[in-house]
Ligand binder design. Structure first.
Ligand code: SF4
Ligand code: SF4
Length: 98
């Protein structure tokens, strides 16, 4: 059982700047530039098991792509599962918890 604290939606289209990655204190946003899978990823994802709900990333995103899971806009309702699923699949190596 996991709770997705914060979620990145597909409004994250131009992720090369990755301001969110730079401020995350627990390094739970992947795949950042230079990491495996970055070139193929449509967006970055937050590890729901590692995010500490610290709120640091939201204001850093120029696209407004990051939301608390409980406050996702209706059109982005699927984003929470998309973030979690990425860490069960292509991003499994980045998971901080077993
Ligand atoms: S969530 Fe926002 S700041 Fe982070 S990579 Fe995507 S667009 Fe950039
Ligand atoms: S809320 Fe904090 S811990 Fe969670 S992804 Fe954003 S910066 Fe990282």
């Amino acid at each position: 059982m996991s709770v997705v604290a914060y979620v990145i939606t597909d409004a994250c289209r131009d992720h090369v700047e990755a301001f969110c990655v730079a401020v995350c204190p627990v390094d739970c946003i992947h795949p950042a530039a230079g990491e495996p899978g970055h070139d193929e990823a449509r967006q970055l994802y937050i590890d729901p098991d590692a995010c500490t709900d610290c709120d640091a990333c939201i204001d850093e995103c120029p696209w407004g792509a990051i939301h608390p899971a409980g406050e996702l806009p209706a059109q982005h309702a699927a984003a929470a599962e998309r973030n979690a699923a990425w860490y069960r699949g292509p991003g499994a190596a980045f998971r901080s918890t077993a």
